[in-house]
Design a protein around this ligand. Structure first.
Ligand code: NAD
Length: 260
C-alpha cells in the first residue's frame, strides 16, 4: 500500500517509534530512522522487510539538527510523504520541584520538535500529487494529551500542546491530500515506562511484576499494555485511503483510560 512512499519516524531506535517504522515498512514504505542509541540493529531489522532504510541522528531538542535531518531525508529519498513525530521523554516531579531545564527539554523534544519537523515537511507534501497534495503527519501524543496525571506537568503540557498542533495542522490542510492526526497511547511497555515501573518498585519495595500490576491498575482499566505493533497498525490505517478524510483526531488506544 505504501510502496514508493517515504516515512520519517523520529525517535525510532526503540519502543513505539520502532514499532510504527516496522509497520510502515511492512506496507512497503522506505524509512528514515532517528533517535539515540543503537541504530544498526533497527536498521537491519527494517532492511530485512525489503525496503530502503537510512538513519539520521538529529537531536530533536535542536532546531538546526531537525533542519539538517529534513534536508537529508529530502536529498536521500526525494520527499518525506509520511512524518511520524514520535520522539519523546518523560520527567516526573511535582511542579514546585520540577527542574526548569527538564521542563525545557520535555517541551523541546515532545512538542517543539513536532512543530519544526512539520513546518519543514509540509511544503513538499502540499506540492505532491500534481499540486493536490498528499501527505500524512502522525503525532504520537499520549492519553496525557487528553487527561492529566500528577507529577507530569511538562509532559502533560507538551502532549496537550501536541494535540492542539495536530488540530491546527489538520485544519490548515483540510482541502488538500495532507492529513494530520494524533495517536494517544495509554501504557506501552517501552524503556520510557520501564523506568517508571522501576521507580515504583524501588520506592514501594515491590517486585517488577507487583510494580507493573500496580501501575496498570491505577489508570488502565484493561490492565493490559498497548503494544507498539497495535500502534503501528493504527498508523498504517491513518496512511490508508480509507483515512483520507480523518483529520485532526486524537485517537486514544489506552485500554479505557480516558473513558473513566
Ligand atoms: P522510548 O524511550 O522507547 O523511545 C523514545 C525514542 O525517542 C528513542 O528512540 C530515543 O532515542 C528517542 N529520543 C529521545 N530523546 C531524543 C532526542 N533528543 N532526539 C532524538 N531522539 C530522541 O519511548 P516510547 O515509550 O517508545 O515513547 C515514544 C513516544 O510515545 C513518546 O513521545 C512518548 O511520550 C509516547 N508515549 C509513550 C507511552 C508509553 O507508555 N510508553 C504512552 C503514551 C505516549
Amino acid at each position: 500500500m505504501l510502496k514508493g512512499k517515504t516515512a520519517l519516524v523520529t525517535g525510532s531506535t526503540s519502543g513505539i517509534g520502532l514499532g510504527i517504522a516496522k509497520a510502515l515498512a511492512q506496507q512497503g514504505a522506505n524509512i528514515v530512522l532517528n533517535g539515540f542509541g543503537d541504530a544498526q540493529g533497527p536498521k537491519h531489522e527494517i532492511e530485512a522487510l525489503g525496503v530502503e532504510v537510512d538513519y539520521h541522528g538529529a537531536d530533536m531538542s535542536c532546531p538546526a539538527d531537525i533542519e539538517a535531518m529534513m534536508a537529508f531525508a529530502a536529498q536521500r529519498f526525494g520527499r518525506v510523504d509520511i512524518l511520524v513525530n514520535n520522539a519523546g521523554i518523560q520527567h516526573v516531579a511535582r511542579v514546585e520541584h520540577f527542574p526548569p531545564e527538564r521542563w525545557d527539554a520535555v517541551i523541546a523534544i515532545n512538542l517543539s520538535s513536532a512543530f519544526h519537523a512539520t513546518r519543514l515537511a509540509l511544503p513538499a507534501m502540499q506540492a505532491a500529487n500534481a499540486g493536490k497534495g498528499w501527505g500524512r503527519i502522525i503525532n504520537v501524543a499520549s492519553v496525557h494529551g487528553l487527561v492529566a496525571s500528577a507529577e507530569k506537568a511538562a509532559y502533560v503540557a507538551a502532549k496537550h500542546g501536541l494535540v492542539g498542533l495536530t488540530k491546527v495542522t489538520a485544519l490548515e490542510n483540510a482541502t488538500t491530500g495532507v492529513t494530520c492526526n494524533a495517536i494517544c497511547p495509554g501504557w506501552v511497555l517501552t524503556p520510557l515506562v520501564q523506568k517508571q515501573v522501576d521507580a515504583k518498585a524501588q520506592a514501594l519495595h515491590l517486585s517488577n511484576a507487583e510494580a507493573t500490576k500496580l501501575l496498570l491498575g491505577e489508570k488502565e482499566p484493561s490492565l493490559q499494555f498497548t503494544t507498539p505493533e497495535e500502534l503501528g497498525a493504527l498508523a498504517v490505517f491513518f496512511c490508508s485511503p480509507a483515512a483520507d478524510n480523518v483529520r485532526g483526531v486524537a485517537w486514544n488506544m489506552d485500554g479505557g483510560w480516558a473513558a473513566q
